[in-house]
Design a protein around this ligand. Structure first.
Ligand code: DGL
Length: 258
């Protein structure tokens, strides 16, 4: 077990989990975070469960060497593939995330819920379980290639991709859209602009930050420091570390002038 001032390890296949990190830093400013973007192995969403589990094990081994007191899987895809295994194997708290289908189901009237996520997330038994419980009216929308557009900061490409995706739907019949991949949360403002007002948009970042606080509180591991830190690491190109720092402070595409 760790101690209060030990860091919290957070990871994703790339920059997507920085959208989750933003919420965590805001809620828990006294914590020290190590954010790891596994860019060498990105994307996770089109790999097999076994492949993602192997990648995740590598990342986690590296984070454990730095004496993390808790682990946050800031990636829906890695959660489906690895959370249950990691919870069995690790003796530190593991916080994971899943597509925010439950809140979407509470907002649904009699229309559809579109669940945007990676193919692997949508094909996981974990997601099938969620669908069985809260999936009335829900449609799986695998978004192959969308995370790459976010990584490349290709705002116009993302806009075209989303326009194509939504043009294939009867939006009058849609009640909610779930952003079931942490990369897509960076497109939330853009998506909000594109969709009619009656459609709710849900995502799990705020809930994940609150869950982290609860878990740390329960384990008596909340930092007592006034100020914390964020350190970025990657298995990819060193140059992306600067990009990651920028994304933590960045305004989302479509949210108006910076
Ligand atoms: N950001 C990840 C998620 O939340 C996945 C992106 C990918 O590597 O395919 O699912």
């Amino acid at each position: 077990m760790g101690s209060r001032r030990d860091p919290i390890g957070v990871f994703d296949s790339g920059i997507g989990g920085i959208s989750t990190l933003r919420n965590m830093v805001k809620l828990l400013p006294g914590e020290n975070f190590i954010y790891y973007g596994d860019l060498k192995n990105a994307p996770y969403g089109t790999k097999s469960t076994a492949e993602v589990l192997r990648c995740v094990r590598g990342v986690v081994a590296h984070l454990l060497e730095q004496r993390i007191k808790a682990l946050v899987i800031a990636c829906n895809t890695a959660t489906g593939a690895a959370a249950a295994t990691l919870r069995k194997e690790l003796d530190i708290p593991v916080v994971a995330m899943e597509p925010a289908l439950k809140p979407a189901s509470e907002l649904r009237r009699d229309g559809k819920i579109l669940v945007m996520a990676t193919p692997l997330t949508l094909n996981q038994p974990k997601f099938e379980k969620l669908m069985a419980q809260y999936g009335a009216g829900a449609e799986k929308v695998p978004c192959v290639g969308l995370m790459e557009l976010v990584e490349q900061e290709d705002e116009e490409g993302a806009r075209k991709y989303l326009e194509g995706l939504f043009s294939r739907q009867d939006l009058d019949r849609v009640d909610a859209v779930v952003l079931g991949c942490t990369h897509y949360v960076f497109l939330k403002a853009m998506i909000r602009e594109m969709l009619p007002e009656h459609i709710a948009i849900t995502e799990g970042n705020e809930g994940t930050a609150r869950q982290l606080r609860r878990v740390l509180q329960r384990a008596d591991l909340l930092s007592d420091a006034a100020e914390g830190s964020v350190t970025f690491e990657t298995s990819g190109d060193e140059a992306t570390l600067e990009t990651m720092r920028r994304w933590l402070a960045r305004k989302d595409p479509g949210s108006g002038p910076a």
